[in-house]
Design a protein around this ligand. Structure first.
Ligand code: UDP
Length: 235
């Protein structure tokens, strides 16, 4: 049973439950980009992201042994998750140059990277989520060395698994963002979501963008792209 609302983010609301270790996440159709500067609605996004993220987290947990916050899906847009304290890092994994990496380093969008790139940003809206390295992370005590090693290992494992699985669905996993949390006993688990809001998905044949870049860059047919990825992944 849903109790009081604890938090409202850009794309989700979080509610308490009778169990202090369990929260309910409710996905919204609201979309934002550029640190909240651009706002809009993507009709049906809440349900798609909820169901897709749950499906992928279940697979990662069952098939790869990656622990996640997922407990059970309650309905189209709501899911029970384990309560965690979010590690204030955005963990970004990149296979192909795009977005901020292309801008920063002058690499053309679409250039395959010779080696997978792992990046961390400090989750802080006021500062615009600045990129940090392991020295900053330890100096600011955002995570311990052991936690960062665990987070990095999980992130690379998620990349291996999802890249292979998505390619079977005709989708190239260009890059994505993960967030991790600590449970009450300090265990690191995968939290937040895995969806077209947080990943770059390109059609394997045509290179067509099937993710939030359609919204960010006003490419049109945003709903269609979310529905297409959903259909390909969930059958
Ligand atoms: N990303 C995200 N939330 C953020 C920033 C990035 O989910 O606040 C995802 C984004 O969708 C992409 C990847 O992380 O799949 C890399 O994003 P990038 O650093 O290129 O930033 P962007 O170009 O999206 O601003």
């Amino acid at each position: 049973m849903k109790k009081e609302q604890l938090y409202e983010g850009k794309a989700k609301k979080v509610y308490a439950t009778e169990d202090e270790n369990v929260l309910i996440v409710s996905y919204k159709d609201d979309a934002t980009a550029f640190n909240g500067l651009k706002k809009g609605t993507i009709v049906g996004k809440g349900a798609i992201n909820n169901r897709m993220s749950n499906y992928l987290m279940r697979k990662l947990e069952e098939e790869e042994g990656v622990p996640t916050h997922y407990i059970r899906e309650l309905n189209e847009t709501e899911t029970e998750v384990k309560r965690v304290t979010i590690v204030p890092l955005e963990v970004i994994v990149r296979n192909i140059a795009a977005g901020s990496l292309s801008k920063r380093l002058g690499l053309p969008e679409g250039q395959k990277l010779k080696k997978t790139v792992l990046e961390f940003s400090y989750k802080n809206d006021e500062l615009g989520d600045p990129m940090v390295n392991d020295y900053h992370i330890f100096a600011m005590e955002l995570a311990t060395p052991e936690e960062l090693k665990q987070i990095s290992d999980y992130a690379l494992k998620v990349n291996e698994y999802l890249s292979r699985f998505l390619l079977e669905c005709g989708i190239v996993l260009v890059d994505f963002k993960l967030e991790f949390g600590r449970t009450a006993d300090g265990t690191i688990i995968l939290a937040d979501e895995i969806s077209p809001d947080t990943c770059r998905f390109w059609d394997a044949k045509t290179g067509e963008k099937l993710d939030k870049d359609r919204f960010r860059r006003d490419l049109g047919n945003v709903e269609g792209a979310y529905a297409e990825v959903f259909k390909r992944i969930m059958g």
